[in-house]
Design a protein around this ligand. Structure first.
Ligand SMILES: [Zn+2]
Length: 302
């Protein structure tokens, strides 16, 4: 297939994912397909990690299967290197395996790919576009950046401000590789509803961190709460707090304010009410210690 046609097919694949996400999809499976010029094309290999549709030059997607966290390794971060960029293993150890060649060609042509990260059995959160920006043959792996502009900084140290750009690109990559599976896992655990108000449109729901990234909180479902945009923003600025016993509290000043229906019904009426949606599995419910730490922060500001 002509490389420019292939680029436009990739754009079609990514815009299909965009549309599904706007419609409320938070995750995808190996059976999902998109249409391009009358053809129905798979997003992922039925079994393997690397996927190149027939006739294409470079791989379209890579996938990582979900592995159950263990107590020794509560969160599997194997996909991210010490430099902050992603890592993706070759298929096997033969550099010339067709799958590995498909990845190398995607790298050489700067083709955008999709990384499907498994967050539960059979369900994947897509991160896209991603770019392969280097290869570490002795470790049998490629280096992944999740940023179109910065892929060049990663490979070209002559690029103006390469060092700053590189640090930024690594941060951005790490954040995006964490965020997508975290959001999918949290929304899935809360059956796509806000824990405070039960609002249920996925496109207006966020996975809120209990302990923030900056404070060392991990992108683990137990450090997450599914909240609508309004309650997420209110939680982040301590307008609402959540006690370790899962009760909502409203900041005193806000509680005494007089304003329209959004304040009254959207915030004040939830004061001292329990969370209404929680994961069924105990192992996915919010970590009490994390909630307590965050609640102390709320009290200090309230
Ligand atoms: Zn809400």
């Amino acid at each position: 297939m002509d490389i420019n046609v292939e680029r436009s097919a990739r754009a079609a694949a990514m815009s299909w994912l965009d549309t599904k996400k706007v419609d409320g999809a938070v995750s995808f499976s190996r059976d999902d397909r998109f249409q391009y010029q009358g053809q129905s094309i798979r997003f992922m290999s039925p079994q393997a990690g690397i996927w190149k549709p027939a006739e294409w030059t470079g791989a379209l997607s890579i996938s990582t299967a979900f592995t159950r966290p263990t107590s020794a390794r509560p969160y599997d971060d194997a996909e991210i290197g010490a430099d902050g960029f992603g890592r993706y293993k070759w298929r096997g150890t033969d550099p010339n395996h067709p799958d590995n060649r498909a990845l190398r060609l995607a790298m050489e042509y700067h083709l955008p790919l999709i990384w499907f990260i498994g967050f539960t059995q059979g369900r994947y959160a897509p991160v896209y576009p991603i770019y392969l920006v280097g290869e570490e043959p002795t470790l049998h792996q490629f280096i992944v950046a999740a940023d179109a502009i910065h892929q060049f900084a990663a490979v070209d140290l002559e690029f103006p401000n390469a060092e700053i750009e590189l640090a930024y690109a690594a941060r951005e990559t790490k954040q995006r590789l964490h965020q997508a599976p975290f959001r999918a896992a949290v929304l899935d655990a809360y059956t796509c509803k806000c824990a405070v108000c039960r609002f249920g449109h996925a496109s207006l729901l966020d996975a809120a961190h209990i302990i923030t990234d900056a404070d060392g909180g991990s992108p683990n479902v137990r450090n997450g709460l599914s909240l609508c945009k309004m309650h997420h923003a209110a939680y982040d600025v301590d307008i609402i707090g959540i006690t370790p016993d899962l009760i909502v509290e409203v900041n005193h000043e806000i509680l005494n304010e007089i304003d329209g229906p959004m304040l009254r019904h959207g915030i004040q009426e939830f004061h001292r009410k329990p969370l209404v949606v929680l994961p069924h599995r105990r192992s996915q419910q919010p970590d009490r210690e994390a909630l307590d730490l965050r609640y102390q922060h709320f009290l200090a500001r309230a």
